[in-house]
Design a protein around this ligand. Structure first.
Ligand code: ADP
Ligand code: MG
Length: 348
């Protein structure tokens, strides 16, 4: 059999971790990225630097690979669709179409009778005035947001004047939840009802950016079971192949809500590299490349902390114990609020 060449769209830390995992499984990788400094080029076999709409680059990439996946959901749908006509893109681009848009995503989740916060479509200021009962709320752009980008907190109608919202974009207004905790669940679906699922990760955020994730999450068995069940239901309904993450909110009254779905490997699952026999990256590659599904087991409890901006400089000089695992994403430039690396500590 000729060897598998996996194409990965996106060259950030998730692309890097997928490429280095693929290498261990003897799978060659080609990364396609629109950033010429993309850190993942250090970990792949071939790197294509081009705009995601570049027809020639798309064709070349599709010709050279056998299977294509991606590290983020904000790739133009048309490009994924074009590639999918030449080589299989997994997870399927039709899934991305739903998840790229926060409104379609929330409609999809609610149709499954899975709870989200209350929300409304917003195209102008009037739509907010009409939904004042939602306040305090968060206004989010329907597309292209990440790490809290494109979000405005609206406590009262007075805030609208100072916020200067650009209404050329479509928004979703989400009622603010009185958060007790945030958790996420990562599942890898191989085929019909064939999963490997991790226990929930307990996450903390600062400025809407993930700061830490740990297992075990300090939550009730009821919430553990419900969050895992909902995650599997979402994966099954999407006919998903590969690794998927569902982010949840738990409010002060212990109600569980789905926040959003990430159709890819996820930052909160980085600790699985050190805590489990099979990481979220390996499970993803096993599923999309039709490799054997292996029973995934926890080896250790663990905590991961993201290193944001200048924090990385301290860690580059530090000595670590045998229970600490430091990951430097080797990004060319340090920027505030940029994820530069992470450290996972396992508990033996
Ligand atoms: P992103 O796509 O940028 O990750 P999210 O919708 O996940 O956007 O929001 C980022 C963070 O902002 C969440 O993890 C949570 O901490 C906070 N947040 C977002 N929406 C709400 C909400 N409706 N109620 C309370 N907190 C929220
Ligand atoms: Mg999020």
């Amino acid at each position: 059999m000729s060897e598998t060449v996996l194409g990965i769209i996106g060259g950030g830390q998730l692309g890097s971790m997928m490429a280095s995992t693929a290498k261990k499984l003897n799978i060659k990788t080609i990364i396609f990225c629109d950033d010429k400094d993309a850190p993942a080029q250090k970990f792949c076999d071939q790197f294509i630097y081009a705009n995601y709409e570049d027809e020639k680059a798309i064709n070349k990439f599709a010709e050279l690979t056998n299977i294509v996946t991606f590290e983020f959901e904000n790739i133009p749908f048309e490009s994924l669709d074009k590639i999918n006509k030449i080589k299989p893109v997994l997870p399927n681009p039709s899934i991305i179409k739903i998840i790229q848009n926060r409104l379609l995503e929330k409609d999809f989740i609610n149709k499954l009778n899975i709870k989200t916060t209350q929300y409304a479509s917003v195209k102008n200021e009037n739509n907010i005035l009409k939904n004042q009962n939602f306040l305090p709320a968060i206004l989010k752009t329907c597309t292209l947001g990440y790490d809290g980008k494109g979000q405005y907190k609206i406590n009262s109608i007075e805030d609208l004047k100072s916020l200067k919202i650009d209404f050329s974009k479509d928004y979703i207004l989400e009622k603010l939840i009185n958060l007790k905790k945030e958790i996420s669940v990562i599942v890898t679906r191989f085929e019909h009802k064939q999963y490997e699922i991790y226990e929930p990760f307990e996450n903390t955020h600062e400025d809407q950016i993930l700061i830490s994730s740990k297992i075990p999450a300090e939550i009730s068995d009821k919430i553990i079971n419900k969050s895992k069940l909902w995650t599997k239901q979402i994966a099954e309904e999407l006919d998903y192949i590969g690794t998927l993450c569902v982010e949840f909110f738990i409010d002060v009254n212990d109600n569980l809500y789905v926040n959003e779905i990430a159709p890819r490997v996820h930052n909160s699952g980085h600790l699985t590299i050190n805590s489990h026999n099979i990481s979220q990256f390996e499970n993803h590659i096993r599923a999309i490349c039709s490799l054997e599904k292996k029973k995934t087991k926890k080896l250790f409890n663990a905590k991961m902390v993201n290193l944001i901006g200048n924090d990385i400089l301290i860690y580059r000089e530090k000595k670590f114990t045998e229970n600490e695992f430091f990951f430097d994403y080797l990004k060319e430039e340090i920027k505030p609020k940029r994820k530069m690396g992470h450290i996972t500590t396992i508990k033996k």
